[in-house]
Design a protein around this ligand. Structure first.
Ligand code: NAP
Length: 339
Protein backbone atom coordinates (compact mmCIF):
# COMPACT_ATOMS: atom_id res chain seq x y z
CA UNK A 1 0.00 0.00 0.00
CA UNK A 2 1.08 3.56 -0.64
CA UNK A 3 1.19 6.28 1.98
CA UNK A 4 2.56 9.78 2.21
CA UNK A 5 5.16 10.52 4.84
CA UNK A 6 6.53 13.80 6.07
CA UNK A 7 9.20 14.82 8.53
CA UNK A 8 7.63 17.76 10.39
CA UNK A 9 9.52 20.92 9.49
CA UNK A 10 10.46 19.85 5.97
CA UNK A 11 7.58 21.80 4.45
CA UNK A 12 5.14 20.73 1.77
CA UNK A 13 7.98 19.66 -0.54
CA UNK A 14 8.94 17.13 2.13
CA UNK A 15 5.79 15.08 1.44
CA UNK A 16 6.93 11.75 -0.01
CA UNK A 17 4.80 8.91 -1.34
CA UNK A 18 6.22 5.65 -0.01
CA UNK A 19 5.36 1.94 -0.44
CA UNK A 20 4.65 0.14 2.84
CA UNK A 21 4.23 -3.62 3.39
CA UNK A 22 0.87 -4.57 4.91
CA UNK A 23 1.33 -5.25 8.63
CA UNK A 24 -0.53 -7.85 10.68
CA UNK A 25 -3.42 -6.68 12.79
CA UNK A 26 -3.07 -6.86 16.56
CA UNK A 27 -5.88 -7.39 19.07
CA UNK A 28 -8.53 -4.68 18.75
CA UNK A 29 -7.06 -3.31 15.53
CA UNK A 30 -8.89 -2.65 12.27
CA UNK A 31 -7.62 -2.17 8.72
CA UNK A 32 -9.42 0.62 6.90
CA UNK A 33 -9.17 1.23 3.13
CA UNK A 34 -9.10 5.01 3.04
CA UNK A 35 -11.29 6.66 0.39
CA UNK A 36 -11.04 10.35 1.30
CA UNK A 37 -8.89 12.62 3.46
CA UNK A 38 -9.55 16.27 4.23
CA UNK A 39 -6.88 18.84 4.97
CA UNK A 40 -6.78 21.18 7.93
CA UNK A 41 -4.67 24.23 8.68
CA UNK A 42 -3.03 22.00 11.27
CA UNK A 43 -1.61 19.80 8.50
CA UNK A 44 0.23 22.85 7.16
CA UNK A 45 1.54 23.49 10.69
CA UNK A 46 2.76 19.89 10.95
CA UNK A 47 4.50 20.24 7.57
CA UNK A 48 6.05 23.51 8.71
CA UNK A 49 7.21 21.99 12.02
CA UNK A 50 5.24 24.50 14.10
CA UNK A 51 2.44 22.31 15.43
CA UNK A 52 1.94 21.86 19.20
CA UNK A 53 3.73 18.53 19.25
CA UNK A 54 6.45 17.37 16.95
CA UNK A 55 8.32 14.14 16.33
CA UNK A 56 11.82 13.15 15.24
CA UNK A 57 10.81 10.60 12.62
CA UNK A 58 8.64 10.91 9.52
CA UNK A 59 4.92 10.28 10.06
CA UNK A 60 1.93 9.66 7.83
CA UNK A 61 0.20 13.06 7.98
CA UNK A 62 -3.45 14.19 8.20
CA UNK A 63 -5.99 13.53 10.93
CA UNK A 64 -9.16 13.37 8.89
CA UNK A 65 -10.13 10.40 6.78
CA UNK A 66 -13.00 8.10 5.95
CA UNK A 67 -13.05 4.67 4.36
CA UNK A 68 -14.18 1.07 4.48
CA UNK A 69 -13.25 -1.59 7.03
CA UNK A 70 -11.44 -4.37 5.14
CA UNK A 71 -10.18 -6.56 8.01
CA UNK A 72 -10.48 -6.82 11.77
CA UNK A 73 -8.07 -8.20 14.36
CA UNK A 74 -8.89 -10.48 17.28
CA UNK A 75 -11.44 -9.21 19.75
CA UNK A 76 -12.90 -6.47 17.53
CA UNK A 77 -16.61 -6.01 18.19
CA UNK A 78 -17.47 -2.41 17.21
CA UNK A 79 -17.06 -2.78 13.43
CA UNK A 80 -16.88 -5.49 10.78
CA UNK A 81 -15.55 -5.76 7.22
CA UNK A 82 -17.69 -3.73 4.83
CA UNK A 83 -18.57 -1.04 7.40
CA UNK A 84 -18.11 2.55 6.25
CA UNK A 85 -16.30 4.56 8.92
CA UNK A 86 -14.63 7.84 9.77
CA UNK A 87 -11.75 8.12 12.22
CA UNK A 88 -11.71 10.29 15.34
CA UNK A 89 -8.97 12.98 15.63
CA UNK A 90 -7.99 11.78 19.13
CA UNK A 91 -8.15 7.98 18.96
CA UNK A 92 -8.22 7.65 22.78
CA UNK A 93 -10.78 10.36 23.68
CA UNK A 94 -14.02 8.45 23.60
CA UNK A 95 -16.36 10.62 25.66
CA UNK A 96 -16.69 13.04 28.55
CA UNK A 97 -14.45 15.98 29.43
CA UNK A 98 -10.94 16.23 28.03
CA UNK A 99 -7.87 14.98 29.91
CA UNK A 100 -4.19 14.39 29.23
CA UNK A 101 -4.70 10.67 28.73
CA UNK A 102 -7.45 11.26 26.18
CA UNK A 103 -5.52 13.75 24.05
CA UNK A 104 -2.12 12.07 24.42
CA UNK A 105 -2.06 11.03 20.76
CA UNK A 106 -3.59 12.65 17.69
CA UNK A 107 -3.73 11.18 14.19
CA UNK A 108 -1.23 12.81 11.85
CA UNK A 109 0.34 14.78 14.73
CA UNK A 110 2.57 12.59 16.89
CA UNK A 111 1.31 9.29 15.45
CA UNK A 112 0.58 8.12 11.91
CA UNK A 113 -2.49 9.66 10.30
CA UNK A 114 -4.79 9.05 7.37
CA UNK A 115 -3.00 10.07 4.14
CA UNK A 116 -2.56 6.47 3.04
CA UNK A 117 -4.35 3.86 0.96
CA UNK A 118 -4.73 1.63 4.06
CA UNK A 119 -4.46 2.52 7.73
CA UNK A 120 -4.50 0.38 10.87
CA UNK A 121 -6.48 1.92 13.74
CA UNK A 122 -7.77 0.90 17.13
CA UNK A 123 -11.45 -0.05 16.81
CA UNK A 124 -12.27 2.57 19.44
CA UNK A 125 -11.15 5.34 17.07
CA UNK A 126 -13.84 4.56 14.50
CA UNK A 127 -17.32 5.96 13.98
CA UNK A 128 -19.71 4.35 11.46
CA UNK A 129 -21.15 6.68 8.83
CA UNK A 130 -24.67 6.46 7.39
CA UNK A 131 -25.32 4.95 3.95
CA UNK A 132 -26.28 8.33 2.48
CA UNK A 133 -23.09 10.12 3.53
CA UNK A 134 -20.21 10.14 1.03
CA UNK A 135 -16.67 9.37 2.12
CA UNK A 136 -15.69 12.88 0.99
CA UNK A 137 -18.31 14.53 3.19
CA UNK A 138 -17.48 12.29 6.16
CA UNK A 139 -13.77 13.09 5.83
CA UNK A 140 -14.47 16.79 6.49
CA UNK A 141 -15.90 16.17 9.95
CA UNK A 142 -13.31 14.81 12.44
CA UNK A 143 -11.31 18.01 12.99
CA UNK A 144 -13.18 21.00 11.51
CA UNK A 145 -16.69 19.61 12.11
CA UNK A 146 -16.05 18.40 15.65
CA UNK A 147 -14.21 21.60 16.60
CA UNK A 148 -17.10 23.76 15.40
CA UNK A 149 -19.62 21.45 17.10
CA UNK A 150 -17.69 21.52 20.38
CA UNK A 151 -17.39 25.32 20.26
CA UNK A 152 -21.09 25.95 19.54
CA UNK A 153 -22.94 23.13 21.29
CA UNK A 154 -20.69 21.64 23.97
CA UNK A 155 -18.32 24.18 25.49
CA UNK A 156 -20.09 27.54 25.12
CA UNK A 157 -22.69 28.91 27.54
CA UNK A 158 -26.07 27.34 26.75
CA UNK A 159 -27.15 28.49 23.32
CA UNK A 160 -30.80 28.89 22.28
CA UNK A 161 -32.58 29.06 18.93
CA UNK A 162 -32.10 32.50 17.39
CA UNK A 163 -28.86 33.21 19.29
CA UNK A 164 -26.00 34.62 17.22
CA UNK A 165 -22.83 32.78 16.23
CA UNK A 166 -19.89 34.78 14.85
CA UNK A 167 -17.53 33.05 12.44
CA UNK A 168 -14.15 34.48 11.41
CA UNK A 169 -12.96 33.85 7.86
CA UNK A 170 -14.27 31.24 5.46
CA UNK A 171 -11.95 28.30 6.13
CA UNK A 172 -12.92 24.77 7.14
CA UNK A 173 -13.87 25.36 10.79
CA UNK A 174 -15.77 28.57 10.08
CA UNK A 175 -17.83 27.30 7.14
CA UNK A 176 -18.72 24.07 8.95
CA UNK A 177 -19.58 26.26 11.95
CA UNK A 178 -21.81 28.38 9.72
CA UNK A 179 -23.53 25.29 8.33
CA UNK A 180 -24.05 23.69 11.77
CA UNK A 181 -25.36 26.94 13.23
CA UNK A 182 -27.80 27.53 10.35
CA UNK A 183 -29.06 23.95 10.47
CA UNK A 184 -29.72 24.41 14.22
CA UNK A 185 -31.75 27.60 13.71
CA UNK A 186 -29.08 30.02 14.90
CA UNK A 187 -28.36 33.50 13.58
CA UNK A 188 -24.94 33.89 11.93
CA UNK A 189 -22.44 36.62 11.14
CA UNK A 190 -19.27 35.87 9.19
CA UNK A 191 -16.16 37.82 8.23
CA UNK A 192 -13.80 37.35 5.30
CA UNK A 193 -11.06 39.15 3.39
CA UNK A 194 -12.99 38.49 0.17
CA UNK A 195 -16.36 39.90 -0.96
CA UNK A 196 -16.76 36.95 -3.32
CA UNK A 197 -16.42 34.51 -0.42
CA UNK A 198 -18.84 36.61 1.63
CA UNK A 199 -21.40 36.30 -1.17
CA UNK A 200 -21.01 32.53 -1.06
CA UNK A 201 -21.46 32.62 2.72
CA UNK A 202 -24.69 34.58 2.28
CA UNK A 203 -25.84 31.85 -0.08
CA UNK A 204 -25.36 29.42 2.83
CA UNK A 205 -27.57 31.54 5.06
CA UNK A 206 -25.17 33.94 6.79
CA UNK A 207 -27.45 36.86 7.75
CA UNK A 208 -24.72 39.45 8.04
CA UNK A 209 -21.30 39.51 6.35
CA UNK A 210 -18.31 41.76 7.03
CA UNK A 211 -15.11 42.20 5.04
CA UNK A 212 -12.43 42.38 7.74
CA UNK A 213 -9.98 44.04 5.34
CA UNK A 214 -12.22 46.94 4.35
CA UNK A 215 -13.84 47.08 7.82
CA UNK A 216 -10.87 46.62 10.19
CA UNK A 217 -13.01 47.58 13.21
CA UNK A 218 -15.41 44.75 12.38
CA UNK A 219 -16.39 44.25 16.02
CA UNK A 220 -18.35 47.52 15.80
CA UNK A 221 -20.25 46.13 12.83
CA UNK A 222 -21.05 42.92 14.77
CA UNK A 223 -22.52 45.00 17.58
CA UNK A 224 -24.51 47.10 15.10
CA UNK A 225 -25.84 43.98 13.35
CA UNK A 226 -27.04 42.55 16.67
CA UNK A 227 -28.66 45.74 17.94
CA UNK A 228 -25.85 46.20 20.48
CA UNK A 229 -26.18 42.72 21.99
CA UNK A 230 -23.18 41.03 20.38
CA UNK A 231 -22.62 37.38 19.43
CA UNK A 232 -23.48 34.63 21.92
CA UNK A 233 -20.64 32.45 20.63
CA UNK A 234 -17.56 33.50 18.69
CA UNK A 235 -15.47 30.86 16.90
CA UNK A 236 -12.10 32.56 17.42
CA UNK A 237 -9.74 31.13 14.80
CA UNK A 238 -7.72 34.31 14.21
CA UNK A 239 -5.52 34.45 17.32
CA UNK A 240 -3.26 37.40 17.95
CA UNK A 241 -4.81 39.73 15.39
CA UNK A 242 -8.44 39.06 16.28
CA UNK A 243 -8.92 37.89 19.85
CA UNK A 244 -9.56 41.31 21.41
CA UNK A 245 -12.03 42.21 18.65
CA UNK A 246 -13.73 38.85 19.19
CA UNK A 247 -14.10 39.64 22.90
CA UNK A 248 -15.56 43.04 22.03
CA UNK A 249 -17.98 41.32 19.61
CA UNK A 250 -19.34 38.91 22.22
CA UNK A 251 -22.60 39.36 24.10
CA UNK A 252 -22.76 39.67 27.90
CA UNK A 253 -22.43 36.14 29.26
CA UNK A 254 -21.34 34.95 25.82
CA UNK A 255 -18.42 32.66 24.98
CA UNK A 256 -15.35 33.20 22.88
CA UNK A 257 -14.21 29.75 21.78
CA UNK A 258 -10.42 29.97 21.47
CA UNK A 259 -9.69 27.73 18.52
CA UNK A 260 -6.81 28.92 16.39
CA UNK A 261 -4.23 31.43 15.36
CA UNK A 262 -4.25 32.01 11.61
CA UNK A 263 -2.89 35.51 12.33
CA UNK A 264 -0.38 34.14 14.87
CA UNK A 265 -0.36 33.50 18.60
CA UNK A 266 0.60 35.90 21.38
CA UNK A 267 -0.64 39.33 22.37
CA UNK A 268 -2.46 40.47 25.48
CA UNK A 269 -5.98 40.22 26.79
CA UNK A 270 -7.18 42.80 29.33
CA UNK A 271 -9.12 40.92 32.06
CA UNK A 272 -11.37 43.97 32.46
CA UNK A 273 -12.89 43.24 29.03
CA UNK A 274 -14.29 39.99 30.46
CA UNK A 275 -15.30 40.49 34.05
CA UNK A 276 -18.18 42.98 34.17
CA UNK A 277 -19.72 41.44 31.05
CA UNK A 278 -19.18 37.89 32.36
CA UNK A 279 -17.76 36.77 29.02
CA UNK A 280 -16.03 33.42 28.92
CA UNK A 281 -12.86 32.50 27.04
CA UNK A 282 -13.04 28.76 26.40
CA UNK A 283 -10.15 26.77 24.96
CA UNK A 284 -11.23 24.19 22.39
CA UNK A 285 -9.10 21.16 21.48
CA UNK A 286 -11.07 19.44 18.71
CA UNK A 287 -13.25 16.96 20.61
CA UNK A 288 -14.13 13.40 21.49
CA UNK A 289 -15.38 10.43 19.49
CA UNK A 290 -18.79 11.01 21.09
CA UNK A 291 -18.82 14.52 19.58
CA UNK A 292 -17.90 13.08 16.17
CA UNK A 293 -20.81 10.65 16.51
CA UNK A 294 -23.11 13.58 17.25
CA UNK A 295 -21.87 15.61 14.26
CA UNK A 296 -22.32 12.63 11.94
CA UNK A 297 -25.85 12.08 13.27
CA UNK A 298 -26.71 15.78 13.06
CA UNK A 299 -25.47 15.98 9.45
CA UNK A 300 -27.49 12.87 8.61
CA UNK A 301 -30.79 14.05 10.10
CA UNK A 302 -30.51 17.64 8.84
CA UNK A 303 -29.12 16.73 5.41
CA UNK A 304 -26.11 18.97 6.04
CA UNK A 305 -23.57 18.64 3.22
CA UNK A 306 -20.18 20.05 4.16
CA UNK A 307 -18.89 22.59 1.64
CA UNK A 308 -15.98 21.04 -0.22
CA UNK A 309 -14.12 23.64 -2.27
CA UNK A 310 -11.89 21.29 -4.25
CA UNK A 311 -11.10 17.60 -4.48
CA UNK A 312 -7.57 16.51 -5.46
CA UNK A 313 -6.37 13.01 -6.37
CA UNK A 314 -4.01 11.01 -4.14
CA UNK A 315 -1.15 11.74 -6.54
CA UNK A 316 -1.88 15.47 -6.21
CA UNK A 317 -1.41 15.59 -2.41
CA UNK A 318 1.30 18.26 -2.61
CA UNK A 319 -0.88 20.42 -4.86
CA UNK A 320 -3.73 20.03 -2.36
CA UNK A 321 -1.46 21.25 0.45
CA UNK A 322 -0.25 24.16 -1.71
CA UNK A 323 -3.82 25.12 -2.57
CA UNK A 324 -4.74 25.07 1.13
CA UNK A 325 -1.66 27.17 1.95
CA UNK A 326 -2.66 29.75 -0.69
CA UNK A 327 -5.80 30.54 1.35
CA UNK A 328 -7.97 30.61 -1.78
CA UNK A 329 -10.30 27.92 -0.49
CA UNK A 330 -13.82 28.33 0.90
CA UNK A 331 -14.69 25.50 3.27
CA UNK A 332 -12.79 22.25 2.94
CA UNK A 333 -10.06 20.84 0.68
CA UNK A 334 -10.22 17.08 0.15
CA UNK A 335 -7.93 14.40 -1.28
CA UNK A 336 -9.82 11.49 -2.86
CA UNK A 337 -7.53 8.56 -2.09
CA UNK A 338 -9.42 6.18 -4.35
CA UNK A 339 -10.70 7.47 -7.66
N1 NAP B 1 -8.18 24.18 18.65
C1 NAP B 1 -8.57 23.24 17.81
O1 NAP B 1 -8.98 22.16 18.20
C2 NAP B 1 -8.54 23.52 16.33
C3 NAP B 1 -9.22 22.68 15.44
C4 NAP B 1 -9.26 23.04 14.09
C5 NAP B 1 -8.58 24.19 13.66
N2 NAP B 1 -7.90 24.92 14.56
C6 NAP B 1 -7.24 26.16 14.15
O2 NAP B 1 -8.24 27.04 13.63
C7 NAP B 1 -7.68 27.82 12.60
C8 NAP B 1 -8.49 27.62 11.33
O3 NAP B 1 -8.33 26.29 10.89
P1 NAP B 1 -8.98 25.83 9.51
O4 NAP B 1 -8.52 24.43 9.27
O5 NAP B 1 -10.40 26.17 9.45
O6 NAP B 1 -8.16 26.80 8.53
P2 NAP B 1 -8.38 27.18 7.01
O7 NAP B 1 -9.40 26.32 6.38
O8 NAP B 1 -7.03 27.27 6.39
O9 NAP B 1 -9.00 28.65 7.09
C9 NAP B 1 -8.21 29.77 7.32
C10 NAP B 1 -9.05 31.01 7.01
O10 NAP B 1 -8.82 31.97 8.02
C11 NAP B 1 -9.17 33.22 7.50
N3 NAP B 1 -8.25 34.22 8.04
C12 NAP B 1 -6.96 34.39 7.79
N4 NAP B 1 -6.49 35.47 8.46
C13 NAP B 1 -7.55 35.97 9.14
C14 NAP B 1 -7.74 37.08 10.00
N5 NAP B 1 -6.74 37.89 10.31
N6 NAP B 1 -8.97 37.31 10.50
C15 NAP B 1 -10.00 36.47 10.21
N7 NAP B 1 -9.88 35.40 9.40
C16 NAP B 1 -8.67 35.17 8.89
C17 NAP B 1 -9.12 33.16 5.98
O11 NAP B 1 -10.47 33.37 5.53
P3 NAP B 1 -10.81 34.34 4.31
O12 NAP B 1 -10.07 33.78 3.13
O13 NAP B 1 -12.28 34.27 4.19
O14 NAP B 1 -10.33 35.72 4.69
C18 NAP B 1 -8.64 31.72 5.74
O15 NAP B 1 -9.25 31.14 4.62
C19 NAP B 1 -6.22 27.40 12.50
O16 NAP B 1 -5.43 28.25 13.30
C20 NAP B 1 -6.21 26.00 13.07
O17 NAP B 1 -4.97 25.61 13.57
C21 NAP B 1 -7.85 24.61 15.88
Amino acid sequence: MRAYQILPGEGIDGLQCVDFPERELGTGEVRVRVHAVSLNYRDLMVAGGNYLVTVDDPIIPCSDGAGEVVATGAGVTRVQPGDRVVASFFPYWRDGPTGPDKTRHALGGDIDGMLAEDVVLDEDALVPIPAGMSYIDAATLPCAGVTAWNAIFESASAIRPGDTVLLLGTGGVSILGLQLARAAGLDTIITSSSDTKLQRAQGLGARHVINYRTTPEWQEEVLRATGGTGAHVVLEVGGQGTVNRSIASAAMGGSIAIIGGVSGFGGEVNPATLLASAKRLVGIFVGSRAMLEKVVRFADITGLQPIVDRVFTFDQAREAYQYMASGSHFGKVVIAVTS
